[in-house]
Structure formats: structure tokens, C-alpha cells
Design a protein around this ligand. Structure first.
Ligand code: ACM
Length: 711
């Protein structure tokens, strides 16, 4: 997103907690230090974790989930836990409201001391059972996320798996470092259907994320219905980056409320963002009077940044913008129970200081009139902020390098101005917490204007020194003004050198493939930065714990990137082939003949040369299978006509991720894979080792012509 390159509060109760939690005698206590191998691997690392000798607790088909309360919210968390465990275990654990903790049960106790805070919890497991104690339902919910990770990885499976389902014995006391731990989805440039947002909510909640920031508006689209301004969705929602002609690329009020309610059920608060005064082409296309010439702009589906600005140069148009913002913000605020409304403020190179100030005044007035708190990108610090504003800082190392010099960057100066006005800060440093940055040169999606962000870089930073000198001294934002962290998944350009993502219908993108690949394993790294005490920060230990999550993601169908800076468990099934590969049998490579761009071209095998017509982008689908997109044609590997017959031709066709374009990769004992069509179950097979041999689907004959090396 960056156009040009200048381009909370920590909880003080940790000490209290350590005292408040009774420990088993003889337990090994690990507090505030990297955790010893041998203890259960949990991400984010709890404040204290201690080993308990003896067996764990094995769930039985009728193990009760006892709630020591009649509070519907606490009972709701118990129902959520039973629902989480049901698919893999096949158990329907009964949820019981009871007055006494029983042994042989999973006990959820929401009546713990207030010193636990809203999100803190203790967890104790051993052969007699499991007890999670919190001060209310939210803390129970966070504790339940830890409990999940004490069970075998297969518990994340959507289908019944063999047990036993034993909860590792451990004693934990935990609470967050920061109260704000967010993720952002750019649903403006790339629309995420409701089901995909819910999926991301669930994936994030597992790592104790508590805020979902929806970037609802940008140049490329307007995604929230506003009853009084129907053009915003009729016109403003008709585009995405690289796509035009949409009729339902927005959330109706009911859909947005459904998302807010779903997030709430996962103890996540939704922060809606209405970006301005730049990033506003979709609004300028929908409301003529926001333009200085009072003529609506054409809807925009390109990829540029910094191309738009509300007309703020004369009183009449400032009035128009104010009216517009009041209408929009009152409508969105009415659907949003959370305290914040995000009003953007980033990347407005064309705005004069007076124009920018007019925007900040109009937008902040509209937000405070609704009783909401203002959130905005740190550039908003240039304007006059109301009390209790929250700025989201997205600067980077180049900004840091100017702290304390005579020429501090604009970002540092804006942060200083925000601090002077009493604002708190959420840290989203672009070079650590922007999930749209590529991991490395092989990442098939995303951008690299902040350089590559491998997992270690996503982990190696500290919110306390993000806006400080490079050596951590001279903090610009005092510690007591840091509310937390947010990982931002932009969608400026989701697919290398192309204008589209892998698609599920030929027309419609499948953002979950992008979101999973870019977020896992980096989102858990940022979640840990926000949750865990700084004293536990240790790359070696983190990477050990993170590796154990791979089999969980595989079981859950999360198409993560098996990043090379993590040693994934041997015999585990991290298994993600996502990325660009050649696909060879012997010395012959799966090949788009003569780099044809025609659909229906039958594919062949040819001597490996590694040109773009022999490069295939594997994108894991939610069922674990892959689509394979050719590097020359950008068309997908496809069984002609969806045939289920042996001998049917394998062609390239417009990507749609239909079952005849999904291929299940099965590892062979001696290395390599078979690639089976999900539609037919038949194997990708070449006719011979000659150049130009044609590719078809055939029954499995254990032929070398069906055994593919994916490099
Ligand atoms: C941003 O990256 N423009 C907030």
C-alpha cells in the first residue's frame, strides 16, 4: 500500500497472578523465561507453565463439561468447546451447569478472582480432570484455546479420527501483555464472502486474537451497505482489484451484523474502517458531490495507490463530505457494538494541510457524535484528535533510523503529535506485521516493498520499541500508551505478476487460500508478540513451539506455508506444497506446449528447462487438494469436461478450482507424489518419456509415468 518510500496498556497483574496461583508441590515452575523443551508447546506462550507428573486426562465419549455457574456466556463457552471437540472425537460431550467441581470432568469455572482480569485464566490438568478458571466467560474462552493445544493435533480434524484424546498434564497461569491484539482483513481490494471472514475469525481466535479490523472501503471497492446511500453498493461495490461487474461484493447490514455477532461469539471485537480522505475512489464513483466538479468518477478496479481525494478545497464541498461521513458513520456505528470506528487517514499525497485538517475534523466529529472512539492510521496525528483516540502505527526501520535526529521522518513526527494529543497506539510495523509482504522470493502472492518478512522477522520485534531509536532507546510512544498489536493482511496485489487470485468459480476469488498462506505461520508470531510476556521472547523456543502447530493446521485444512526457517516435525504432515514448482517424471516436465495461452490446450511433458510454461503455482484448497496454475498461460490444470473416465485428456482451462481442477498430492514412500483428480480419483499420467508425450488421467498402475517430483 505504501505509495512512496519516506515513505493498552500492558497488564500489571502478571506478578499478582504468579502469587495467586497455587502450584502443585514439586512442580517445575517456568515463569518469565524461555520455556524448557518437554513442557507442552503452546502458542502464544503462557505467562507461567509448569510440569505436572503423572498421566494426563483422557476424554471419554460422555466426559461432562461442568460449568460452575449458570451464566449463559460461560455455558456458551462450554458449548463452544464441546462443538470444537465433536468432529474429530465423535463425542457429544454433555454441558452441565453444576455447583461442585467433579473429578473426571472438564471443569470451566468463571468465578475466579478479579485479579485474573477479563482475559486471564488458570488451567490445571492431570489424571483427575481438567479445570480452567477465569473471572468471567472471556477468560474461559482464552483458556479453552490453550486446552485445544494440550490435545493431539488430530483434534483439529473435521472428521472422526482415532484417539485417545489425552489432555497433557500441566499447570498454567496466563494473561495477556496487551489488551488489543488484532488482525486486519483488506476486504475492500479483495472481497471476502461472509463464510471466509468467519473462517479467519476462527483461525485467529485460536491464537487469542481479540480484534477484527475490517478495511471496508478503498479505491477498489466499498463493502458495507448504507441504506441512505444505495449507490455505495450499487456502484462502489461493483469492483475489486482486477475485477469488475460485481453485484454482491459487499456486506448487507444483516450480513455485517452476522459477522459482528460471530466475532463476538469468539470474543473478538470488530473495528470497521471507512478510509479517507484518500483511498476513496469507490466513494467518489458513488456520490458525485464528493468531487470538486460534482461529477461521479468511474469505478476503479486497478492496482494503484494514492490516486484519490475527497474534494475538501471549498466550504461547500467540505460540507458535502461532512454530510456524507455523518450518514456513513452513523449507519456503521449503529451496527457496531465495539468502541472504535477507524477513519483511515493514510496515503493522501495530494491533500494540502488545510484539506487534511478538514477531513480529520469532519470524520472525528462524525465518530464522536456516535459516542465512538476514533481510530486511524498514524498519519491522523497531523490533525486535531479527540480524547481517547487510537492510532495505528505502520512505520518501519527507516522511520526508526530517524528518531532523535534533526530530520525525523513524517511518520515519527505524526506519532509524536499523536502522543502529545493523548492518543494510544496499536503497533503494526510494516516490516514485521504486514502479512501481505512475501516471506521470500518464492512466495507466489503479495508484495515486497518492506522487503521479505520471513517468520523470524514477523516474530523479532517489540511493540515497546517499535517507535523508538533503533537501539530501543528514546521511545517516542511511552509504554503506557501502547494498547497492543495488529497483523494487517492487505490485498493490494495478491498474485505474483497477475491481477487475480486463484479463483473458485472462474470469476470469483478464493481469498482463504491467500489468507492462509500469508497468515500461517506469521499471524501466530504476531499474536505471541501481543500476548506473551517479553521475558519469554526467544526465537529458538518459539520456533520449536510453532513447529508443533503445523500438524494442527494440516488437520484443520489450513493451507499454511511450510516456511524453511522452521523445522517442521518429522513424520508430521505439514505438507503444504503452496508455491511455484516444476513437476517432473524422470527428466520430463509437465509443460504447456509452446506456452499456449489457449484454453483447452492438452498438456504434455517435455525435457525440463524450467521456463515459465513448465512452472506451476500450487495453491492448497480448503479440502487439502491443490490447484496448479501454469506460469505462462495463468490457466489451470484441468480434466477436460470434468470427465471421470480413464484416458480423459488433461488440459489447461480458466481457473475455477472446480473438482476437476483440484489435485490431491499423495507422497510416495520413495519420494515424489501422485496427483489425483479430486473429481475422478484418477492419476495425472504422461504417455511416455518422449518430448511432447500427452497427459491424461489414468487408474493407478504404479507406473513411473504417474510419479511426479515437485521441485
Ligand atoms: C497503509 O499501509 N497505507 C496503512
Amino acid at each position: 500500500m505504501r505509495l512512496f518510500h519516506q515513505r493498552g496498556r500492558g497488564l500489571a497483574l502478571l506478578a499478582t497472578l504468579a502469587v495467586a496461583v497455587p502450584l502443585l508441590s514439586g512442580a517445575t515452575v517456568v515463569t518469565a523465561a524461555p520455556v524448557a523443551p518437554g513442557l507442552p508447546a503452546i502458542v502464544p506462550q503462557p505467562v507461567s507453565e509448569s510440569a505436572v507428573t503423572g498421566a494426563g486426562f483422557t476424554l471419554a465419549a460422555r466426559t461432562p463439561v461442568d460449568v460452575l455457574s449458570t451464566d449463559p456466556a460461560a455455558l456458551g463457552v462450554a458449548g463452544y468447546l464441546a462443538g470444537l471437540l465433536a468432529p474429530a472425537t465423535g463425542y457429544a460431550l454433555p454441558v452441565v451447569s453444576s455447583t461442585q467441581p467433579r473429578s473426571g470432568a472438564v471443569v470451566l469455572d468463571p468465578t475466579g478472582p478479579s485479579s485474573l482480569g477479563a482475559e486471564g485464566y488458570t488451567l490445571s490438568s492431570g489424571s483427575g480432570g481438567v479445570t480452567v478458571t477465569a473471572h468471567g466467560a472471556e477468560g474461559l474462552f482464552r483458556g479453552v484455546q490453550t486446552l485445544r493445544q494440550l490435545l493431539p493435533a488430530a483434534v483439529e480434524s473435521g472428521t472422526v479420527m482415532p484417539g485417545p484424546w489425552t489432555v497433557a498434564p500441566v499447570r498454567i497461569a496466563d494473561s495477556p501483555r496487551y489488551s488489543y491484539r488484532g488482525v486486519m482483513l483488506d476486504v475492500a481490494r479483495r472481497f471476502y464472502p461472509v463464510a471466509e471472514v468467519k473462517r479467519y475469525i476462527d483461525e485467529s481466535a485460536a491464537y487469542k486474537i481479540n480484534t477484527l479490523h475490517l478495511h471496508l472501503t478503498d479505491d477498489q471497492g466499498w463493502r458495507i451497505a448504507v441504506g441512505a446511500l444505495p449507490n455505495l453498493t450499487a456502484v462502489g461495490a461493483s469492483t475489486q482489484s482486477g475485477f469488475t461487474g460485481g453485484t454482491s461484493w459487499y456486506y448487507s447490514a444483516a450480513e455485517y451484523q452476522d459477522l459482528v455477532a460471530y466475532a463476538k461469539s469468539r470474543y473478538m471485537t470488530v473495528v470497521p474502517e471507512i478510509d479517507g480522505p484518500g483511498h476513496s475512489s469507490a466513494a467518489l464513483a458513488s456520490a458525485a458531490d464528493l468531487n470538486c466538479d460534482d461529477r461521479a468518477r468511474a469505478p476503479y478496479s486497478g492496482f494503484d495507490v494514492g490516486i484519490s481525494l475527497y474534494c475538501l478545497g471549498d466550504p461547500q464541498h467540505v460540507g458535502n463530505v461532512s454530510t456524507f461521513l455523518n450518514t456513513v458513520i452513523s449507519a456503521v456505528a449503529a451496527l457496531t457494538p465495539g468502541p472504535y470506528l477507524h477513519i483511515g487517514g493514510d496515503e493522501t499525497p495530494q491533500a494540502t494541510a488545510a484539506e487534511y485538517a478538514a477531513y480529520v475534523s469532519a470524520a472525528t466529529t462524525a465518530v464522536t457524535a456516535q459516542g465512538k472512539r476514533v481510530m486511524g492510521w498514524h498519519q491522523l496525528g497531523q490533525g486535531t484528535l479527540p480524547a481517547n483516540s487510537l492510532l495505528q502505527y505502520w512505520g518501519d526501520a527507516s522511520d526508526q533510523s530517524t528518531v532523535g535526529t534533526a530530520q525525523e521522518s513524517a511518520g515519527i513526527r505524526q506519532a509524536r503529535s499523536g502522543v502529545a494529543q493523548g492518543a494510544a497506539f496499536v503497533m503494526s510495523p510494516g516490516d514485521h506485521a504486514y502479512l501481505d509482504m512475501k516471506y521470500d522470493a518464492g512466495t507466489p502472492y503479495g508484495l515486497s516493498w518492506e522487503g521479505y518478512v520471513p517468520v523470524r522477522k514477523a516474530y523479532d520485534w517489540d511493540p515497546a520499541t517499535t517507535v523508538a531509536a533503533t537501539d530501543g532507546s528514546s521511545p517516542v510512544v511511552p509504554a503506557d500508551r501502547i494498547a497492543g498489536v495488529e497483523a494487517a493482511l492487505w490485498a493490494d496485489r495478491a498474485y505474483a505478476g497477475s491481477t487475480s487470485l486463484p479463483t473458485s468459480t472462474g470469476q470469483f476469488p478464493e481469498p482463504s487460500v491467500y489468507a492462509d498462506h500469508m497468515s500461517f505461520p506469521r499471524l501466530p508470531a504476531i499474536a505471541e508478540i501481543g500476548w506473551s510476556p517479553r521475558s519469554t521472547h526467544d526465537w529458538t523456543d518459539f520456533s520449536r513451539r510453532l513447529a508443533t502447530q503445523g500438524p494442527r493446521w494440516t488437520a484443520a485444512g489450513i493451507g499454511f506455508y511450510a516456511a524453511p526457517d522452521i523445522t517442521w516435525p518429522a513424520g508430521g504432515t505439514p505438507g503444504s506444497l503452496n508455491g511455484v514448482h516444476t513437476v517432473t517424471t524422470g527428466s520430463q516436465a509437465l509443460d504447456d506446449p509452446a506456452s499456449s495461452t489457449a484454453t483447452l490446450t492438452q498438456l504434455d511433458t517435455w525435457a525440463l528447462h524450467g521456463g515459465s510454461n513448465q512452472q506451476w503455482t500450487f495453491a492448497q484448497q480448503t479440502d487439502g487438494s491443490y490447484t496448479l496454475t501454469n506460469g505462462a498461460s495463468h490457466l489451470c490444470l484441468d480434466v477436460n469436461g470434468g470427465s471421470t473416465s480413464a484416458g480423459a485428456t488433461v488440459i489447461q482451462y480458466t481457473c475455477a478450482a472446480t473438482p476437476n481442477q483440484r489435485w490431491r498430492a499423495t507422497a510416495l514412500p520413495g519420494g515424489g507424489y501422485t496427483l489425483a483428480s479430486v473429481r475422478s480419483g484418477l492419476l495425472l499420467t504422461t504417455a511416455s518419456t518422449a518430448d511432447g508425450a500427452l497427459v491424461t488421467q489414468q487408474p493407478d498402475t504404479n507406473s513411473a509415468l504417474q510419479h511426479w517430483t515437485v521441485n
